[in-house]
Design a protein around this ligand. Structure first.
Ligand code: FES
Length: 200
């Protein structure tokens, strides 16, 4: 299991579950600097001797080497920023791993350097929002007083799924493509700008 930044927290409960079942696993916590390190519990039930390590800075971990050393049939569960997940996916592909052995969950807005500001028009309210990269569409909607449902804010639950009237979404959620057909998760996804029209 690979946890980038606060992405370690959902993996801790998975580790506890696997530990209780006596399953084999290793947990690696990758942080940009020591100040961002999450305390790893050593006395958690199911984790008597937590097989965990902390890596300060992405460069401190050779992902391709790490993946290449794993026994056949190993699966990787990765949680963290989109850039970290992309790095794990490309390292796994270089190491010859099948895509189905990588399980990823992102969080946050997943800002990409190519993201451009969006002008978002809402068909029901008739309002227009200007959203800069780094602010999630969901946060921009809520700040503007637009009612929209949400739960996880990580692109997992689908509660924020919103119909796209026009525009080209860049999907960064974990939903199946057929589930989000004609729609997008505003909590993590972006769009190829500059125009996006949502049925809200
Ligand atoms: S709030 Fe859960 S997918 Fe967006």
């Amino acid at each position: 299991m690979l946890g980038g930044g606060i992405g370690i927290t959902p993996l801790l409960s998975m580790a506890s579950h696997l530990g209780t079942e006596g399953r084999s696993f290793a947990l690696r916590h990758v942080v940009r600097d020591a100040a961002r390190q999450w305390p790893l519990p050593s006395g958690t039930p199911g984790l008597p001797g937590l097989p965990a390590s902390v890596h300060i800075g992405r460069a401190s971990m050779d992902l391709r080497k790490l993946l290449g050393e794993q026994p056949p049939g190993t699966h990787v569960y990765v949680c963290g920023p989109a850039g970290f997940i992309d790095a794990v996916r490309s390292a796994s592909s270089e190491a010859g791993w099948e895509a189905h052995r990588i399980h990823a969950e992102s969080f946050g807005t997943g800002v990409d350097t190519s993201d451009a500001p969006l002008r978002v028009t809402l068909t029901q309210s008739g309002s227009t929002l200007h959203v800069a990269p780094g602010t999630s569409l969901l946060d921009a909607l809520l700040a503007a007083g637009v009612w929209t449902s949400y739960e996880c804010r990580r692109g997992v639950c689908g509660a924020c799924l919103t119909e796209v009237v026009s525009g080209e979404p860049v999907h960064r959620d974990s939903l199946a493509p057929d589930v989000r057909l004609g729609a997008m998760c505003t909590c993590v996804s972006w769009a190829r700008g500059p125009e996006l029209v949502l049925n809200l």
